[in-house]
Design a protein around this ligand. Structure first.
Ligand SMILES: C[S@@+](CC[C@H](N)C(=O)[O-])C[C@H]1O[C@@H](n2cnc3c(N)ncnc32)[C@H](O)[C@@H]1O
Length: 286
């Protein structure tokens, strides 16, 4: 029987603050390699041995499905009967359907909506990653609560901290964070995840943190910077477009982005952040 607490009330929806175009899909796929290289695994090593031979694995907020497809490829030799379902609120970045016996299936699902009856108690493992631009503060508790059908869940959310010493890059990051905060998307939700999961009835919660340049040296830092220049520019553009009181005109913003790019290309600034991996277990509904 599940032991989760009362489901929190849904909050007003705020828009997704990243793009869903080809450039963003490319950025997500590059970002995937950064997370996996620094973590050292696709699937947390404590989870794989607990999965049954016919494990049904899901990912919510799958985006391009890069994590799911990579796991399917890696696991095929040892676990040929595992199946994989990638859910997202939008199909805009879904990979094209593959006609052969590809084990990955993609479908629409809103993590904040009540779980459809046919998905209840359906999955052995659910993975979420980098949903910080999709979920507002209270949404995290709601998402964890909705997971009554979870047996296990793993969350690997986006960066809680960014560090850089230079003028334009610092300003760009500040604008990005201001926009996110005004949309009630708080970086502090990430380190709070273990608490959020426990409050939603998850047990055996683990939490591991490591820097975005734990492995790979200068090349990794360059890759991280590339990915984050893209993300912060996108989020800052959203902020200045939506909130005129921030007082940044289109021209000023373009100049700011150019200066920020100059800073990183000149080696004056780089991006580095803490990555968090949180795992937890939840009993299936009886
Ligand atoms: C930054 S992308 C991360 C994609 C993928 N998890 C990864 O790590 O590459 C966030 C994804 O979450 C999806 N998303 C946002 N809100 C969602 C919701 N309420 N339910 C399901 N997916 C959502 C977005 O459409 C987007 O594809």
């Amino acid at each position: 029987m599940t032991t989760h607490t009362r489901t929190p009330a849904p909050t007003a929806r705020t828009p997704y603050t990243l793009a869903r175009n080809t450039a963003e899909s490319t950025r997500l796929n590059l970002q995937h390699t950064i997370y996996v290289q620094n973590a050292g695994y696709l699937l947390h090593p404590s989870l794989a041995p607990t999965l049954p031979p016919q494990a049904r694995i899901a990912e919510i907020g799958t985006g391009t499905g890069i994590w799911l497809r990579a796991l399917a490829l890696q696991s095929a030799p040892q676990n040929p009967a595992w199946t994989y379902t990638g859910f997202d609120i939008s199909a805009a970045q879904s990979p094209p359907p593959v006609p052969n016996n590809n084990p990955c299936h993609f479908a629409l699902l809103d993590i904040l909506a009540p779980v459809p009856a046919h998905l209840i108690a359906r999955f052995d493992l659910i993975h979420l990653r980098l949903l910080i631009c999709g979920l507002t503060g209270p949404d995290w508790a709601l998402a964890a609560s909705n997971h009554e059908f979870d047996h296990r869940a793993r969350l690997l959310p986006s960066p809680p901290t960014l560090s850089t010493p230079t003028e334009a890059t610092t300003q760009l990051i500040a604008l990005a964070i201001t926009g996110q905060t005004r949309e009630h998307k708080f970086l502090a939700n990430v380190p709070a995840l273990p608490h959020t999961l426990r409050a939603a009835g998850f047990t055996a919660v683990t939490h591991e943190t490591f820097p975005s340049d734990r492995h790979g040296g200068a090349a990794m830092r360059a890759k991280c910077t590339d990915v984050m220049v893209g993300a912060t520019s996108m989020l800052a553009e959203y902020a200045v477009g939506k909130y005129p009181d921030l007082g940044v005109t289109g021209e000023e913003f373009a100049a700011l982005v150019a200066r920020a790019r100059g800073e990183v290309e000149g080696g004056k600034a780089f991006y580095r952040w803490d990555m968090h991996v949180v795992t937890g277990r939840k009993a299936l509904l009886s």
